[in-house]
Design a protein around this ligand. Structure first.
Ligand SMILES: *Cc1c(COP(=O)(O)O)cnc(C)c1O
Length: 221
């Protein structure tokens, strides 16, 4: 079986390859290694290989796993990629260096308060419900301009837009649409692309790709 470090090098090479025709620089694409469900001993080889940017989707799981790992690797950057309940805002602000799931006013208010309390401002991506799916989180497309105005006036650092395209559909049109929304609304970062579609996402402008199973192998497997 290939090691995670080998897979990491392969994914980085793929990112660089996709950057070329898009006239982009590989350094402008941050690879977030999504370590959710994987224990510390699966994460350590990537830290040992020099990787420092990781993603988790649950506050509690991150609190269980990461303090010990961060003692050894203090320059680790931790991204929250999963949905966040407002009552976990304090914990999220204390633990994470970026939050990818800001999608509603109640959470915006909770995060602004938590950041004031902690004296620490955590950059947030606004998650957009790009496929307009009832069951998914994310700000509605129609409501995005107004929501971004609220984020900007709340003194929360706006990192950009994030999306999770509908499953089992060609993702490219959704990535292209998120990039257009970013241009139309004057936002910078684009958090889009996972194990199955990060190459497409990079071609279409992703600045942050969230890759789990392609690095760590299948979850629960
Ligand atoms: C789990 C997860 C990922 C990573 O998914 P893979 O298909 O394993 O790469 C990316 N983004 C979010 C929001 C996730 O929950």
């Amino acid at each position: 079986m290939e090691s995670a470090a080998t897979r990491l090098a392969e994914i980085e090479a793929n990112v660089a390859r996709m950057c070329k025709p898009a006239r982009r620089q590989p350094a402008d694409v941050t690879l977030i290694a999504v370590s959710k469900t994987h224990p510390a001993e699966r994460i350590l080889p990537l830290l040992d290989a020099g990787h420092r940017v990781f993603g988790e989707n649950r506050v509690q799981e991150a609190q269980d796993k990461w303090p010990a790992l961060r003692d050894k690797f203090p320059d680790t950057e931790l991204h929250l990629i999963g949905q966040l309940q407002s009552n976990k805002a304090d914990d999220a602000v204390a633990m994470f260096d970026a939050i990818h799931s800001l999608d509603r006013l109640s959470l915006l208010n909770a995060l602004a308060k938590a950041m004031d309390k902690a004296g620490r401002r955590v950059p947030c991506f606004v998650q957009v419900n790009i496929g307009e799916e009832d069951q998914k989180g994310g700000c509605s497309i129609a409501g995005l301009p107004a929501f971004l105005a609220r984020v900007r006036s709340a003194d929360i650092p706006l990192a950009g837009l994030m999306c999770l395209p509908p499953a089992d559909t060609e993702p490219a049109p959704f990535f292209a649409f998120l990039a257009k929304l970013a241009r139309d609304n004057g936002t910078e970062g684009l958090s889009m692309g996972m194990s199955g579609d990060y190459e497409t996402a990079v071609q279409l402008g992703a600045t942050h790709i969230r890759v789990g199973s392609a690095l760590f192998g299948a979850r629960g497997g």
